[in-house]
Design a protein around this ligand. Sequence first.
Ligand code: DGL
Length: 274
Amino acid sequence: MTEAADLPIGVFDSGVGGLTVLREMRRQLPGESTIYLGDEARMPYGPRPADEIVAFTREALGWFSARDCKLIVLACNTATSVALDVVRDESRVPIIGVVRPGAAAAISASARRSIGVLATTATVRSGAYARALRDLDPLADVIQQACPALVPLVESGKADSAEAEAAVRGYVQPLLTEGGVVQPVVDTLLLGCTHYPLLRGVIERVAGPGVRVVDSAATTALAVREVLLSHRLVRTTGAPGHRVFATGPTDRFRGVARAIFGEDLPAVEQASLG
Ligand code: DGL
């Protein structure tokens, strides 16, 4: 019989961007087996209504339940923000989302506790990051900024383009200017979307040296590590296995995945949801 500790960790994202979280998990937890599912066929989730995001997340959790995972990581900020509170109680497997770890990263980076959250429209609408930040520091100043143009730019391979820089400038500059004077209103920018770490260079350049840019990948991997350690669920035997599944055409997924993960990615297998 398989020991609970030997079971894989499931990682779910609306598409390919959650590989940034998987990459960090594999770095911090090299002994763990993983199963990644990207719902590429229905990406992006960010512009969708809440009930649809909940329904899609539920379907993904159903898919994982047939694969026996010891823990599921919702690597998607939008799914975490909108669906985690609903689906957690329905799932037999424990779930970790990226919002709380992301908020923790921002709070520890921010000296003035003045934090800008860049995220999808659905994440901003849910207010989940603002709540998580104020849970950690009730006096934190939080400005949320929806950035709907950024995911399509990254997906179309334009993360390094002048178009991406202009879009980032449009979203970030209002968080830097007060009363016409250019000085950071926020001292920390939290990248509240799986795709934005791929725009980190542009975002840092636009924000300037006075602003720290953080994301949730490292703190999410740390949260997973802590849960595994405290529940004696760390995998200790044999070599770990990794599988990656995507809905929709796996070719496109593989292309974007290679840009994120380099060559060290298992073959992408086909999955279907819904
Ligand atoms: N994975 C989503 C997130 O982190 C971004 C892509 C999408 O909109 O589906 O919010």
